[in-house]
Design a protein around this ligand. Structure first.
Ligand code: DQA
Length: 152
């Protein structure tokens, strides 16, 4: 079965180092293994899924702009930009597609600066603290949007 749905997963700075980066906090799975798992779920549902990672704020802004015409939902782990990037927040506001904010770690149980997300208010929702399952849960929700043309 193929459904007419395209999902984009965007990962921000330092998430390319998953697997070796602070495994006690972020787990030992690499980003490509997380993405492979998401691909299998999307494939089983008949949806198209694409992946993008960048360590640069402007690239993430560009990607959000670029995807706005052909993507139904974005799953975004903005990494540290979550806490201070008004440019990424404005890009999310500017596009009309739902963006789900995800974090591997429980950002509320860590340093104080991680408690505030400048993007949460413009995202459809936030999932944090469940390791790679945060992405899985976001994808499960994204797949339900095929039945909800209104989206956000
Ligand atoms: C993160 C949490 C952020 O505070 C941090 O800067 C990251 C990863 C997470 O997935 O838990 O890079 O977004």
């Amino acid at each position: 079965m193929i459904i007419n749905m395209k999902i984009l997963v965007i990962n921000g700075p330092n998430l390319d180092l998953l697997g070796e980066r602070e495994p006690g906090i972020y787990g030992s799975e690499t980003l490509s293994s997380i993405n492979d798992g998401l691909s299998l779920i999307a494939q089983a549902a008949g949806a198209q899924i694409d992946f993008y990672q960048s360590n640069h704020e402007g690239n993430i802004v560009d990607k959000l702009h670029e995807c706005r015409k052909d993507t139904d939902c974005v799953i975004l782990n903005a990494g540290a930009y979550t806490h201070y990037s008004y440019a990424i927040r404005d890009a999310i506001s500017a596009i009309k597609i739902p963006v789900i904010e995800v974090h591997l770690s429980n950002v509320h149980a860590r340093e104080e600066f991680r408690e505030n997300s400048v993007i949460s208010a413009v995202c459809a929702g936030t999932i944090a603290g469940f390791g790679s399952y945060s992405y899985t849960m976001a994808l499960q929700y994204a797949l339900t949007l095929k039945d909800r043309p209104e989206g956000k």
